[in-house]
Design a protein around this ligand. Sequence first.
Ligand SMILES: [Zn+2]
Length: 215
Amino acid sequence: MLLDILLPPCCLHCGVLLRARAVPELCTRCAVALAPLPDALRCVGDVTARFAYDGPLAEAVTRCKYGGDAALAGPLGRALAEDPRWADAPDGAPWDLVTCVPMHPWRRLRRGFDHAALLLRHAQRARPSGRPCPRLLVRTRNDPPQASLPAVRRHTNLVGALGVRGGIAATQGARILVVDDVTTTGATLEEASRALRAAGAAVVHGLALLRSLAT
Ligand SMILES: [Zn+2]
């Protein structure tokens, strides 16, 4: 492929050139450290995750999110798009809208980019699914980041913290997938689901690239 000649695939962890495009984009040495998710933890409630929060993908998410390496959103988004849930709901029907968990505007301003929106964009490029609406959800408060809170406070921290842009007309009867990079207690994706259902969505499901097993 021309793309592979112009932009040869590299291991997202160590940077070595890959002989063939793999998903996730890891060389054979780094792929050994990939952390699969036990079947029982793949789908918890209405939130599906693809890998455990460990190994090279966890490091890549940290580098992307806190180290400012936005280019990593490309391979991470492509890995997300490989998940069957990216294309279809659990009942097999396709999504109408695909959105992401939003950052508060102040936090986005400090970081310079919204990592979940970038994941969504790259996943859409790799495998179009539904209508992309990265700004459908909005943070109504600048709460402490979920990662900084103990599990018991994560649900209460978020209650009422997300709103829906466009009102009921945008979401009425829609089947909506909400993506995020990491889920731990599922609190953020559950709050997104609550807000979207309150705005008339028919089906809402969360999809995270990684599930943190520590709470
Ligand atoms: Zn490697």
